[in-house]
Every structure is written in C-alpha cells, then in structure tokens.
Design a protein around this ligand. Structure first.
Ligand SMILES: Cc1cc2nc3c(=O)[nH]c(=O)nc-3n(C[C@H](O)[C@H](O)[C@H](O)COP(=O)(O)OP(=O)(O)OC[C@H]3O[C@@H](n4cnc5c(N)ncnc54)[C@H](O)[C@@H]3O)c2cc1C
Length: 423
C-alpha cells in the first residue's frame, strides 16, 4: 500500500507528505479520470498497480465543468451517467437546407464532466490501491528509475509523489510548431424555454445559418435534453477567440433570429478553446514521464473532438501498466487521418475552401455513420478514399501540394483564461 511520511511541522505550509506509488496520474480531466477508472478496475487476473491521482484543487489550475460528446456503437461504459443520447443528427447549410441523418448503429452521447468525475470518484473510493489527492502539481522531475511530482494542496501544504511512471495530462505550456493552427472556440448557454421548442430526438450538429466571420467559419450547435431544455452553442474555427460580449451577442442573435426560441432563461454557460493543429505533440517528457490526453495529441485536428481518442489512449496505457510494459501512449489518430486533416486545415485557414459548403456537402453526400467513423479515425481505407469524391478536388489537391513547402511555426502561447470561471 502507499507509504506516507509526514515531515516538518513548523508551519502549515512546511508540512510535507511523501507518497510512493507505481503510477502518478497528473490532472483529473477526461484523460486523468479515464485512466484512474481503468486502474481502479484492473482486468480479471491482472495485478493492481498503486496509483496516485493528483486532481487540481479549486483555483487557477482547475478547468471548469464541461460537456463531452462522443459517438459509439450501442451501449458503452459510461451510459449510466450520460446526460442524454441521440439517434439522429442534423446539419443545416447557410441557406437552411437540412440533412437529417439516422446514426444507427451509432449513438451520439453527452457526458457532463462533473457527473463523470463523481462516477470515477465512487469507483476509486472502492479501490484502495488508487489514491485520490487534491493537489496542484508544480513540477515533474526525472530521477533514477522513476520521477518525482512536486505538488501543493489548497491549504498550502506540500506533497511529493515518487512514482515509477508519471502520466501527465496538464495542458502543455506551448502548442507545437505547425503548418496550420486554427482554434475552435465557442460559448454555450444551457437554456430553458417557456414553450416546448426543441426536438429531443436529434442533435443540431452544425447549423451554418450563423453570420460567417471574415476568416474561418462559424456554426450553431444544439444539444436538446428535453423539449424546453438545450445546450445552445456558438462556435467558430478561426485564429483568435472572441471576447465574452461578442459570444453573447452571437448567441443572442442565433437563439432569437435563427432558432426563434422566444422567452428563455440561461441556466449556466460553458466556454472553451480547442487547438486544431497539424503540429506533433510529444508524448514522452522523460524516461519515465509520458503525457496523455489533449497534451499527447488526442484532439482530432479537423474536428476538435478528443473524448473517444482519449478512451483508446487510456485503455492502451492501462493495459501496458497492468501487463508490466512501458506505458507509452499510442498515437490515436492514424497517419492517413492526420494527413487528410492537415490538408483540410490548410485549405480552411488559407480560404481555399468554403468551410460551411464543404461540411454541408459532406453530410449531404456521405452517410452520417460513415462520416462519423472517419472523424473518429476508424474509417476503412475504401470509405476514406470514397470521401474524396465529395470534396473540392482542385482546392484540396493544391493544399496537399503546398504542405511540403509550408514551414512549421510555433503559435503564440494560448490564453486559457476563457476556459475558467465561465458564468
Ligand atoms: C469546453 C470544452 C468542451 C469540449 N467538448 C468536447 C466534446 O464534446 N467532445 C470531445 O470529444 N472533445 C471535447 N473537448 C476537447 C477535449 O475532449 C477536452 O479538452 C478534454 O477535456 C481533454 O481531456 P484532457 O484530460 O486531455 O484535458 P482536461 O480535461 O483539460 O484535463 C486536464 C486536467 O489537468 C488539470 N490540471 C491542470 N494543471 C494542473 C496542475 N498543475 N496540477 C494538477 N492538475 C492540473 C486540470 O484541472 C484538468 O482537470 C472539449 C474541450 C473544451 C475546452
């Protein structure tokens, strides 16, 4: 079991705890929670590994509650804690042409990060070999045979975890050098309307009836959880996030002029920025230190979705830990998907394709389950190649030919303030 040593008692902030473990998981977001869950439930016959999960206490290191959507076939491991799920998806072009697609055999699922955290905390509480500690990591240092994580609790007391392996999901300080770095940035309102106006049977996945920005593209995204309740988001793919007032203006216009919601109240908000980049995220940070999650390239560059890829990545890491192998996180998006995404990002960023027309046409021509499997990096080669028939060939070919001559540049440091304290 964990061995703790308390040393130094002069003042509260001098109190110091040492913990020995096989694995330190830094951060309790999508990746940290998904890995903690797998370590708390080892497969039958596998040895359990002693793990410490370092979850950021309330404060600047802690990311705000968020919504994770993903799709999968049939029942899944988190179904009991989902907020909602859907069997149909709609995409609307700028002039209102609507594709209403059945997703079977897939389902589109919505998971609240707070509900997921509660679920994982419950499982971890019943697994004494996984220890949950609320402390912010301040540094990770390689030492012979492992690494030290130095951390601080909310009350100022210090903590050092010595582990054979560190799996670190903290956001990287810098984004990698890339040929294209776009941002997917958005703000959403959880609304309750006076009248029943939503169709809880379908997700409005991309609604391009929003005014288009001068660079990039914008769309509405509506996740209806009941006839009067929905998460309504305004999203842009562009180079810079907006200020809160600009998002609220865009949301106000979208809910009133496009959706025609009438009277409603805003119960809560969610805001975020996701890097869409063809840069390469280093997955190893030391002999015994690996990154996981978005920090290890789990975000699909062309969509900003990461949750399913995080599951695949954490399953592979947990499997390596349970079988005594080096827990190197795999690349979760195949080379073919990354190349196609690099071409699309280049074309979108340089204005070589009309983004709304591009996506609306794809959803119009390609069955939604085929497209969603491709977006998850799970398409078959024939299906992936068939997609090529429905994209503007000259623009995409021109972008593909330009890639080898495009230098990779390091983008400016991302501003993460907008992901916190969204009210
Ligand atoms: C608002 C928002 C909504 C998103 N919605 C979706 C979606 O619907 N579907 C999808 O597939 N993807 C979505 N994404 C993209 C991606 O899935 C998420 O960003 C996902 O949370 C990434 O998981 P992660 O574990 O890598 O990072 P995070 O979930 O951000 O986890 C990192 C964790 O590290 C913690 N941390 C930071 N610093 C420290 C420290 N010093 N010490 C200890 N802990 C620390 C943070 O508090 C956080 O809990 C969304 C992103 C955002 C920003």
């Amino acid at each position: 079991m964990d061995s703790d040593t308390d040393t130094g008692t002069d003042t509260d902030t001098d109190t110091h705890t040492d913990i020995d473990a096989d694995v330190a998981v830094v951060g309790a977001g999508a990746a940290g929670l998904s890995l903690a869950l797998r370590l708390a439930r080892p497969p039958a016959g596998a040895d359990w590994v002693r793990a410490v999960v370092l979850a950021a206490p309330p404060g600047p290191a802690r990311t705000a509650r968020r919504t994770w959507c993903y799709w999968e076939e049939g029942a899944g491991p988190y179904d009991e804690v989902l907020t909602a799920s859907w069997e149909r998806l709609r995409v609307r072009s700028g002039d209102g042409e609507t594709v209403d697609a059945a997703l079977a055999p897939l389902r589109y699922k919505m998971l609240d990060s707070g509900a997921f955290e509660e679920h994982v905390a419950g499982v971890v509480a019943a697994a004494p070999w996984v220890r949950w500690v609320e402390a912010a990591a301040e540094g990770v240092e390689s030492v012979p045979g492992g690494a030290l994580v130095r951390a601080r609790r909310a009350d100022g007391t210090r903590l050092t975890v010595r582990a054979r392996w560190v799996l670190d999901s903290r956001p990287p300080a810098r984004l990698p050098a890339a040929r294209t770095t776009l941002l997917q940035h958005f703000r959403g309102w959880f609304v309750r309307t006076r009248e029943p106006v939503f169709d809880p049977g379908a997700v409005e996945f991309m609604d391009f009836r929003t005014p288009q920005p001068p660079h990039g593209l914008s769309f509405g995204y509506v996740l209806p959880t009941g006839p009067r309740e929905a998460l309504v988001e305004y999203t842009e793919f562009s180079r810079r996030p907006l200020g809160r007032a600009a998002y609220d203006r865009a949301l106000g216009q979208y809910t009133a002029r496009v959706l025609g919601l009438g009277g409603y109240e805003v119960l809560r908000c969610e805001q975020g920025v996701i890097a869409m980049t063809d840069g390469d995220f280093p997955r190893r940070a030391g002999a015994h230190v690996f990154r996981i999650g978005a920090a290890a390239g789990a975000v699909r560059p062309s969509t900003g979705f990461a949750f399913s890829a995080v599951q695949r990545q954490c399953a592979a890491v947990a499997d390596a830990l349970h079988t005594g192998r080096v827990p190197q996180p795999p690349r979760v998006h195949p080379a073919r998907a990354r190349l196609m995404d690099a071409v699309l990002l280049y074309a979108l960023d340089r204005g070589r394709v009309d983004g709304p027309a591009f996506f609306a046409r794809l959803f119009d021509r390609v069955p939604a389950p085929v497209l969603l499997r491709f977006l998850d990096g799970r398409g078959s080669l024939p299906h992936d190649l068939a997609l090529g028939r429905h994209v503007p060939v000259a623009a995409m070919l021109g972008s593909a030919l330009a890639l080898p001559f495009t230098p990779r540049r390091t983008p400016p440091v991302p501003d993460r303030r907008s992901e916190r304290n969204r009210a």
